[in-house]
Design a protein around this ligand. Structure first.
Ligand code: GDP
Length: 299
């Protein structure tokens, strides 16, 4: 939590501070409200959510009978409610009926899939769960090697196929290995070439189908780079059309001043942000929590 606060407050460029300074002005005139709106838009909160938030703030901060409410409290409450407190953000890492949990990790190249798989594996191992990694991003030899390095670092088995081999067959082997060894969780890294939507759809569809011959997929995590803004959001939408995404991992929040993207992506895709990436290191991942996130934004 401390790390979340440090990393976010460093990168958010004082979104919270800027907003609070504006909201604390003696007179909240139309110009000030416009500045508040611009600040929220710059943080990628999105047009409709920004308008709704400003309306709520205007309503609640109206000075009545000399009693002005504390802007920080009001802003905090409204931001938390915008980010959402009623979503189930647990990652389903274990299976039922003696099956391993199967977590499929999808997203465009460079979003941080492989790193996310490594970081999740590390957390699970620390919780005494057994883990197998499936290197189904067979199109990039580097991706397979990178996953193998994570496997060594974290101390878990990595199932890999021949370079350029069939991703579905690697996914199948990884889950088979997990089933046969009574492993708790199989994490499957996938390829993310978005140039060819039909091809990707075929590939991910096949990966999911062959896995489910052995064990149900318990979670499909879409990895999204927070620094890519609207473009990332469009790509995310394509993935959510291809597979039933159950949760979002928002990476590189440490390098982005656009934490507001959390609000937009949840709205666009209708699934919660479950984890956030806060750096390249093995421990730079945190479960997403609305109140902690807003507190980090507000500094
Ligand atoms: P993939 O192609 O989706 O598998 O992406 P990778 O896992 O290879 O990550 C791409 C680059 O982003 C690598 O250099 C990672 O170290 C970096 N990266 C991944 N997650 C984060 C994060 O949360 N913060 C930062 N700063 N870098 C990250």
């Amino acid at each position: 939590l401390v790390r979340l606060r440090q990393r976010l407050s460093r990168s958010q460029g004082g979104l919270g501070k800027g907003l609070l300074a504006l909201l604390s002005r003696d007179r909240l005139d139309d110009d000030t409200w416009e500045e508040i709106e611009d600040t929220l838009l710059t943080a990628d909160i999105g047009v409709a959510p920004t308008q709704a938030l400003v309306e709520r703030l205007r309503e609640r901060l109206r000075v009545e009978g000399g009693q002005s409410p504390d802007p920080r409290t009001v802003l905090r409450e409204e931001l938390i409610s915008l980010v959402g407190t009623d979503m189930d953000r647990r990652v389903q890492v274990t299976g039922t009926d003696g099956n391993p949990g199967v977590v499929l990790v999808v997203g465009v190249n460079g979003a941080g899939k492989t790193t996310t798989v490594g970081k999740i594996a590390r957390i699970l191992v620390a919780e005494d769960l057994t883990v197998t990694l499936g290197a189904a991003d067979t199109f990039r030899a580097a991706a397979v090697d990178q996953l193998a390095t994570w496997g060594e670092r974290v101390g878990v088995e990595v199932v890999r196929g021949p370079e350029g081999g069939d991703p579905a067959s690697v996914a199948f082997d990884a889950v088979k290995h997990g089933v046969e060894h009574g492993v708790d969780t199989v994490l499957v890294d996938t390829a993310g070439r978005l140039q060819n939507k039909a091809g990707l759809m075929d590939e991910l569809g096949k990966v999911k189908r062959v896995i489910e011959k052995q064990a149900p997929v318990t979670e499909v995590l879409l990895v999204l780079d927070a620094t890519t803004g609207q473009n990332g959001l469009i790509q995310a939408r394509v993935f959510s059309e291809i597979v039933d995404v159950t949760g979002i991992v928002l990476t590189k929040l440490d390098g982005s001043a656009k934490g507001g993207i959390v609000v937009q992506v949840q709205r666009e895709l209708g699934v919660p942000v479950k984890l956030v990436g806060l750096g390249e290191g093995a421990d730079d991942m945190a479960p997403f929590d609305a109140a902690a996130f807003v507190d980090a934004l507000l500094g």
